[in-house]
Design a protein around this ligand. Structure first.
Ligand code: HEC
Length: 223
């Protein structure tokens, strides 16, 4: 444990020295990292996405710096290595199968919607993640965006699936609440102008809630 701490401290000190030695390259890399971080948060990147991308890009870059620790290199060369590592990573991760399968499971029953209008609004705002009729956008075939999309669908379906009504959907009782407090659809679903159809107006929200209250399965006490 003590050795591990010593190693970690030593690595950090070394990293800091290298950053100061290559100020230009470091500023560019750090700026890129910040932009990546902000965009990732806005689109709801799953934790594994950060880990895989950072590791894949950092390993060859740091290895290069380490190998050149005595015969110092240049900012330009360092940046070239960093960008090569980034491009290489973006190519290699396309081979990861997660998020590539865009087939939907069969539909196993839906609520007895109180009106076609209720269903229509639910489809627009919620079926992108909580159904078995998910329409994958074309960009969902490209990693790491495919991981983002798939993780939202997997997590969304596991909470409540409005087309698996044959089994008890515990999450269904929270439907009205999450629509009322505006937490669903999640903000990342509509960032960067995507899915404008899922942005409900105040009157649509009111209409939807009234429609759900009249649909069995959405009120506390319903089964
Ligand atoms: C971008 C995909 C996506 C869309 C679109 C979406 N959800 Fe979700 N939903 C999720 C994810 C991911 C979770 C689990 C994480 C969370 O609770 O924030 C979730 C959780 C939920 C839960 C469980 C909440 C809890 O407290 O456990 C309910 C209920 C729900 N969503 C309803 C809806 C409704 C209703 C809509 C449409 C108005 C909607 N969702 C639209 C992804 C989505």
């Amino acid at each position: 444990m003590k050795n591990l701490m010593r190693l970690a401290t030593k690595s950090l000190v070394w990293l800091w020295q290298e950053i100061r030695k290559y100020k230009v390259a470091s500023s560019v890399v750090i700026s890129f990292a910040l932009v990546f971080l902000v965009v990732s948060i806005l689109i709801g990147m799953p934790p594994i996405g950060y880990i895989v991308l950072t590791t894949f890009i950092a390993c060859p870059t740091l290895l290069y710096v380490y190998k050149n620790k005595n015969k110092s290199t240049t900012n330009t060369r360092l940046l070239l290595v960093f960008f090569a590592a980034t491009v290489g990573t973006l190519i290699v991760i396309q081979a990861i199968p997660y998020g590539k399968n865009h087939t939907n499971p069969p539909i196993n029953g839906e609520p007895a919607w109180s009106s076609p209008r209720t269903r229509e609004i639910m489809v627009r705002a919620c079926f992108g993640c909580h159904s078995n009729e998910v329409e994958y956008p074309s960009y969902a075939s490209v990693a790491p965006i495919s991981w983002v999309v798939q993780s939202h669908i997997d997590e969304g379906r596991s909470k409540v699936n409005y087309q698996e009504w044959n089994v008890n959907q515990r999450g269904a009782h929270d439907t009205i609440e999450v629509i009322q407090n505006g937490s669903m659809p999640p903000s990342f679903y509509t960032t960067f102008g995507r899915h404008p159809e899922a942005k409900l107006t105040k009157s649509e929200v009111a209409e939807l809630i009234a429609g759900l209250q009249a649909t069995p399965g959405f009120n506390e006490g319903d089964h």
